[in-house]
Design a protein around this ligand. Structure first.
Ligand code: ADP
Length: 501
C-alpha cells in the first residue's frame, strides 16, 4: 500500500516536472501564430500581385489581338502606293486609308490615336493619321517619328520566314499630357510576309489600370482580414489552451497533495492501531490477573469484612470488570480492523444463548430499577453463527441500553427468519439527538459526555459492534424509539456458511 502511495506521488510530481509550464506553452503558441500570420500576409500579397499582373497581361493581349485584327482591314497594295510625303494628302488612297483608321479609332473609345508608319532611313515616318488635319495632334504624311527605336525597325530590316508574320506588340506604359497609355502595334505585310507598314494604336489604359488597382486593393484587404481573423482565432485558442493547461496543472498539484495527505493519514491510522494492539496485549494479562484476584478475594472475604471494606471491595470489583471489558473491546476491534479476526461459526440454539445473555444483565437492571425482557419470534430457534461475536454485540447493546436508561425498560427482541436473523435492543432511555445519529458507529464517538449523562464510556462499543456484525456479512443501525429512547438493531445471515468467504 505504502509503496503504491509513494509511486503515485512520485508519478504526479514527475508529471508536473515533465509538462512544460502553461505560460511557456502559451508563449510558444503565440510565436508560432505570429509567424503564421506573417506567412498568410506574404502569401496573400504574393497571390494578389500575381492575379493583378495576370489581369494586366490579359489586357495587353487583348490590345494586341485588337490591333492585329485591325490590320485585316488595310490592304497592303494601298499602303505601298503611298509616297510618304505631303503629296499623299487628299489622294483617294490616302483618304480611303484615313477613313479606315478613323473607323478603327471610333470602334473603341479608349483608342486615342491610330496611324500608319513605315521606315525611312533609320526613322519611321507617318503615312496616314486618323486625326483630323485641323487637330494640333495631327501628324501629316512624311512627318518623322522622332522616338523611333531600333526595335521598331527590326522586322522591316530582317527577312522573315515565309508565312511567319511578325507578332503584334505592346510597348511599356507611358504617362504624358494625354494620360496613361500604351502603344499596341501590328505590321501590314505583303503576301511574302514582309512588313510594309506599322499600324499603331495609342490606347488610354487608365480604366484598365483602375481595374488592376481595384484587384490589388481587394486582394490586400482580404489578406489583411484573413490575417486579423487568424490572429483573433489564435488568441482565443491560446487563451483557451492556457486556461485549460493551468487548470490541469492545478488539478495535478492538488491530487499530489491529496495523495500525500492520504498517505500520512494511513500511516497515522496504522500507528494508532499498532499502538492500540500493543497496549491491549500488554494490558490484557495483568488486568485479567487483577480481576480474577479481586473476584476471588471478594468471594473468600464474604462475611468477614465490615461495611466500609465491602464498599471498597465493590468499587475494586466493578472497576476491574470495566477494565477487562475495555481491553477486550480494544483487542477485538483492532483484530477485526487488521483482518485477524477469525469467525468460528457453530450451530447454536439462539433462544437459549440470548436468554442466558439477558439473564446476566438482570442484576444490573434490578439495581437501576429497570425492567428487562426478551421476546422471540420465528419457528426454529437454531442458527449457525459465531457465538462469541454474536454475544459481544448483544452484550454491548444491552449494556448500553441499561447504561443510558434511567427509568422504564430494556427489551431484547429476536426475530429468526429463514435466511437472516434480526436482534433489536429497545430502551426507554435518554435517546440520541437526530444530528448525532450518523456518527454513532465511529470509533471514540460519544454522544452523551460523562458530564451530561453521568455515564462513563469510551465510545468504542458501537464501533466494535459494527465491525463484528459486518465481519459476519450483516448490518447494524439505529432507530428512534417512538415511545422515547433508542432502538439498536442488527441483522446477520442465519447460516454463517452463506457468508461469502
Ligand atoms: P460508550 O457507551 O462506551 O461511550 P459506545 O460506542 O457503546 O460507547 O456508544 C457510543 C455513544 O453512543 C455513547 O457514548 C452514547 O452517547 C451513545 N449511546 C449508545 N447507546 C445508547 C443508548 N442505548 N441510548 C442512548 N445513547 C446511546
Amino acid at each position: 500500500m505504502e509503496e503504491f502511495q509513494n509511486e503515485a506521488v512520485d508519478y504526479y510530481y514527475d508529471e508536473i516536472e515533465r509538462s512544460a509550464s502553461p505560460a511557456k506553452m502559451a508563449f510558444y503558441r503565440a510565436v508560432a501564430s505570429i509567424m503564421l500570420v506573417g506567412l498568410i500576409g506574404i502569401l496573400g500579397l504574393y497571390v494578389t500581385e500575381k492575379v493583378a499582373n495576370f489581369e494586366k497581361e490579359g489586357y495587353f493581349d487583348l490590345r494586341k489581338a485588337q490591333v492585329a485584327a485591325a490590320t485585316a482591314a488595310i490592304e497592303y497594295t494601298d499602303v505601298i502606293s503611298l509616297k510618304g510625303n505631303e503629296e499623299d494628302t487628299g489622294s483617294p488612297v490616302y483618304e480611303k486609308l484615313r477613313g479606315k483608321l478613323a473607323r478603327i479609332k471610333r470602334s473603341d473609345e479608349s483608342i486615342k490615336f491610330v496611324y500608319l508608319m513605315r521606315p525611312k532611313g533609320d526613322k519611321l515616318i507617318f503615312l496616314v493619321d486618323a486625326e483630323d488635319p485641323s487637330s494640333p495632334d495631327f501628324s501629316p504624311p512624311g512627318q518623322i517619328y522622332e522616338e523611333t527605336s531600333p526595335e521598331d525597325l527590326k522586322y522591316f530590316n530582317s527577312k522573315n520566314e515565309k508565312g511567319k508574320w511578325p507578332e503584334p506588340s505592346v510597348e511599356e506604359m507611358e504617362k504624358d499630357r494625354w494620360g496613361t497609355w500604351v502603344s499596341a502595334s501590328a505590321y501590314i505585310c505583303d503576301p511574302e510576309g514582309k512588313p510594309v507598314a506599322l499600324l499603331g494604336t495609342d490606347v488610354d489604359v487608365s480604366k484598365a489600370l483602375a481595374g488592376v488597382a481595384r484587384i490589388k486593393y481587394i486582394g490586400r484587404l482580404l489578406t489583411g482580414l484573413t490575417a486579423i481573423l487568424f490572429l483573433i482565432i489564435s488568441i482565443q485558442y491560446i487563451t483557451w489552451t492556457y486556461n485549460k493547461a493551468k487548470r490541469e496543472s492545478l488539478r495535478r498539484e492538488m491530487e499530489g497533495k491529496i495523495i500525500r495527505l492520504n498517505e500520512e493519514l494511513i500511516r497515522a491510522d496504522r500507528m494508532k492501531s499498532d499502538f492500540l494492539e500493543l497496549a491491549s496485549h500488554e494490558l490484557r494479562s495483568p488486568v485479567s490477573a487483577v480481576d480474577i484476584a479481586i473476584q476471588t478475594l471478594d468471594k473468600s472475604l464474604d462475611g468477614k469484612v465490615n461495611e466500609d471494606e465491602k464498599i471498597l471491595l465493590e468499587i475494586a470489583r466493578s472497576g476491574s470488570r470495566r477494565l477487562v471489558n475495555l481491553v477486550d473491546d480494544i483487542l477485538d476491534l483492532t483484530r477485526v480492523e487488521a483482518g485477524d479476526f477469525k469467525l468460528e461459526p457453530k450451530k447454536i440454539n439462539l433462544k437459549e444463548t440470548v436468554t442466558e445473555a439477558v439473564r446476566l444483565f438482570e442484576p444490573m437492571a434490578r439495581e437501576k430499577g429497570l425492567a428487562i425482557s426478551l421476546t422471540f419470534s420465528g419457528n426454529n430457534p437454531t442458527a449457525v453463527v459465531d457465538e462469541h461475536a454474536l454475544l459481544r454485540v448483544l452484550e454491548n447493546l444491552i449494556s448500553n441500553g441499561l447504561k443510558y436508561t434511567e427509568a422504564g425498560s430494556v427489551n431484547v427482541h429476536v426475530q429468526v427468519g429463514n435466511e437472516r436473523l434480526r436482534i433489536a435492543v429497545k430502551d426507554t432511555g435518554i435517546g440520541i439527538p437526530r444530528h448525532a445519529a450518523k456518527d454513532l458507529f465511529k470509533k471514540f464517538a460519544r454522544v452523551h459526555e460523562f458530564r451530561a449523562s453521568g455515564v462513563k464510556g469510551t465510545g468504542l462499543g458501537l464501533s466494535l459492534c459494527k465491525a463484528l456484525v459486518e465481519a459476519q456479512g450483516g448490518k447494524i443501525w439505529y432507530e428512534e424509539n417512538p415511545e422515547g429512547g433508542s432502538i439498536f438493531a442488527f441483522e446477520i445471515p442465519r447460516h454463517a456458511a452463506h457468508v461469502a468467504a
